[in-house]
Design a protein around this ligand. Structure first.
Ligand SMILES: Nc1ncnc2c1ncn2[C@@H]1O[C@H](COP(=O)(O)OP(=O)(O)OP(=O)(O)O)[C@@H](O)[C@H]1O
Length: 278
């Protein structure tokens, strides 16, 4: 990991390590031969860290999240996830676009994970009620997903993920399909909920603004094969207010700094795409 020492330590991340990757490599076997997707990633993510991953299209961001979620195996190296006190590590994943069950109401969707784990009815009522309240969805509890806007559906996904009380939240571009106004509202709501829960979050985004607004730490990945090009601590205190933060000159400077790492990789990825299509 190439951590940028010039930036301040994150204001919030705990000192113990939640996720430790050592020389993590992923090769897909394809018809055209082995395809190296992740190359030798070594990384420590502290407990309670809001960890952002940015990188050009195809650099392996989703592959990394899928490995951490246990949906994909890795080829070599190690993945260590520390256990919470008295339990097994658990995770909830939020994807871009829709992941709600269309035949279930908002309440039933939000309660799904807890019901599957046979949690007591009162606990389900309390947790789902709490997070529906936090996301402003209480009065839509009996609605079905098709009766909601895209932003409201993503609120329910967030509600379901937090209600599950996972050890780690894995978020793969959850807001990318939303318009700018909804995105800012949801970023603010997510920040508020996260402040209260301090879960370890891994969040993929294509937006440098989103990475700087939400994150404690940002990993910029290289174009294919995915490597850790730079990992930087975000030097802004919490709690954060999205629009106030973005109005600050030092915010613009930090966004520019992340872009200076990313720009070359975006160009490399485009050159790779053009090379493979010619
Ligand atoms: N099951 C698979 N078999 C073969 N190749 C795969 C498989 N899954 C992913 N890949 C390839 O691995 C690379 C990384 O894919 P991945 O989806 O992780 O990238 P990404 O950074 O999340 O991209 P994007 O930003 O476009 O979502 C891509 O080139 C992709 O085509």
């Amino acid at each position: 990991m190439s951590t940028d020492a010039a930036t301040a330590a994150p204001a919030t991340a705990g000192t113990d390590v939640k996720i430790r990757l050592k020389n993590l490599t992923k090769t897909f076997e394809t018809k055209r031969g082995p395809f190296l997707a992740l190359d030798n990633l070594t990384l420590d993510i502290p407990t309670g860290c809001f960890f952002m991953i940015v990188g050009p299209s195809g650099c392996g961001k989703t592959t990394l999240l899928r490995i951490l979620a246990g949906l994909e195996t890795h080829t070599s190296g190690t993945v260590e996830i520390s256990k919470p006190a008295g339990g097994r590590p658990s995770n909830s994943m939020i994807f871009q676009g829709d992941s709600l069950f269309p035949w279930m109401t908002v309440w039933e969707n939000a309660a799904y994970g807890l019901n599957m784990r046979h949690k007591p009815k009162t606990e389900i009522k309390d947790r789902v009620g709490f997070f529906l309240g936090r996301t402003g969805m209480t009065r839509f509890a009996d609605h079905y997903p098709h009766q909601l806007s895209g932003g409201m559906r993503q609120r329910v996904s967030i509600c379901r993920a937090f209600a599950n009380d996972p050890d780690i939240l894995l978020m793969d571009e959850p807001f990318s399909a939303l318009d700018e106004q909804n995105k800012v509202l949801l970023q603010e709501e997510l920040l508020k909920i996260w402040e209260e829960t301090r879960k370890t979050v891994l969040f993929i985004t294509h937006s440098v603004d989103e990475a700087v607004t939400l994150g404690d730490r940002i990993m910029v990945m290289s174009a294919h094969p995915g490597r850790d090009k730079a990992t930087l601590d975000v030097p802004f205190e919490r709690p954060r207010e999205v629009l106030e933060l973005r109005a600050r000159p030092e915010y613009g400077e930090f966004v520019y700094k992340i872009w200076s790492y990313l720009r070359e990789e975006v160009h490399r990825a485009r050159a790779q795409d053009e090379g493979s299509s010619s």
